[in-house]
Write a protein that binds this ligand. Structure first.
Ligand code: NAP
Length: 355
């Protein structure tokens, strides 16, 4: 069987890395997004807005994927609106593809908010979940757009007879510019500003995150698990956590990052010091750095997502993730977290995103 992938959200962090891995593994790979900014050689671009079913129909008229990988999301002001927009995107795509009967498997990327609740609930609602987070933990009682995306896939799978897999990464570390959530690049940009201004690199998170155990998900390992699940019958119709496979404490990693940039650092001291506040007013400083060092993006807000770093590092508990289920079925990849960050920093330097 010819393997034809449609990566939905191919210009984003998960989608860009996944399309790179698919092409490297010999798949015919289509990449869909509104901007078609994915620069992976070999990807066939499909420019379309998932919210506009008419143009989506036209854009996909001669695309007959065997595998669909859904790595897209949009952010709205409330979880109710997130549910509407994100469920609509999944539904529109699967409705358009339904008539073709080409799709054998659909992989969906969601995340640990499946267990932790939506951003607005991090601080205000519910009891804190038990960690390490495990796939069998029940859904939370309040609204969550990940559940709505899953439900769209489950009902389309029943209608059209394809298999599915769901992938739940922790914070994703990987290369992408201009995307909504990108902790690795945000920290690299913040550290570069600290170096330029000779100021300390301040940990912006909570005491629990500074002292507790944590893990992250390299975008490369996420890509490998998605492809593994699409080709492993025992993994069909299951949801999997996906993280690097090692654990660390931010009190250790923060020092490592500071040393990589040759800057001083300040760890957690008595209170949370949000990065959104630290970076507020640094837009002009970044523009000047872009000019001085010939950087590719002079808009600080396109290379940093401080709001997201604050939410992740501000959690009131340590968060790490159980990987037993996919390991037991044969997914044996792992990744060294320090190398995830340092490889990304090297890439950002060579792409002129940081000096
Ligand atoms: N980033 C993280 O740290 C992280 C952590 C855990 C879980 N996750 C989850 O992983 C999934 C993927 O996240 P990500 O960070 O990879 O996303 P991302 O980098 O923001 O990428 C989103 C992709 O979707 C495309 N897109 C957005 N709206 C679209 C629309 N209306 N029509 C067509 N394409 C559209 C974007 O391209 P255009 O703008 O060009 O259309 C982009 O290619 C999400 O469910 C997210 O919640 C992410």
């Amino acid at each position: 069987m010819e393997k034809i992938a449609l990566v939905v959200g191919s210009s984003g962090m998960a989608g860009n890395n996944l399309s790179q891995e698919l092409v490297a593994q010999g798949w015919k790979t289509y990449g869909l997004s509104r901007s078609a900014k994915n620069n992976v050689n070999g990807v066939i671009h499909v420019r379309s807005d998932l919210l506009d079913i008419n143009t989506l129909n036209q854009a996909l008229w001669d695309v007959n994927p065997t595998h669909v990988f859904f790595t897209t999301w949009m952010r709205r002001n409330s979880e109710q609106e997130n549910i509407e927009v994100n469920a609509t995107m999944v539904r529109n795509l699967l409705n358009v593809l339904s008539g073709k009967r080409s799709v054998k498997h659909v992989g969906l990327v969601t995340g640990l908010k499946h267990y932790l609740g939506p951003f607005e609930a991090y601080v205000t609602e519910g009891t804190l979940p038990e960690t390490p987070l495990r796939e069998e933990q029940p859904r939370l009682s309040y609204p969550n757009f990940y559940y709505a995306q899953e439900d769209e896939i489950y009902s389309a799978a029943e209608r059209d007879g394809f298999t599915w897999s769901v992938h739940r990464p922790h914070t994703v570390i990987g290369n992408a510019v201009g995307n909504l959530m990108n902790m690795g690049t945000t920290l690299a940009v913040y550290a570069s500003i600290c170096k330029e201004e000779n100021i300390p690199f301040i940990f912006p998170g909570s005491e629990a995150q500074w002292k507790g155990l944590s893990d992250v998900t390299d975008a490369g390992i996420l890509a490998k698990q998605i492809i593994w699940a699409a080709e492993t019958p025992t993994a069909f119709n299951k949801a999997f956590n996906v993280v690097n496979g090692d654990v660390f404490r931010w009190s250790w990693l923060w020092k490592q990052i500071a040393a990589w940039f040759s800057i001083d650092y300040i760890g957690y001291e008595n209170e949370i010091k949000p990065l959104t506040k630290i970076l507020d007013g640094k837009e002009e400083a970044w523009r000047k750095m872009a000019d001085k060092y010939g950087l590719a993006e002079e808009n600080l807000n396109k290379v940093s997502s401080a709001w997201h770093t604050d939410l992740d590092l501000g959690r009131p508990i340590e968060v790490m993730t159980d990987m037993n289920n996919s390991r037991k079925l044969g997914f044996k990849e792992y990744c060294n977290t320090r190398e995830s960050f340092f490889t990304l920093f090297e890439q950002l330097k060579s792409d002129k995103i940081i000096p």
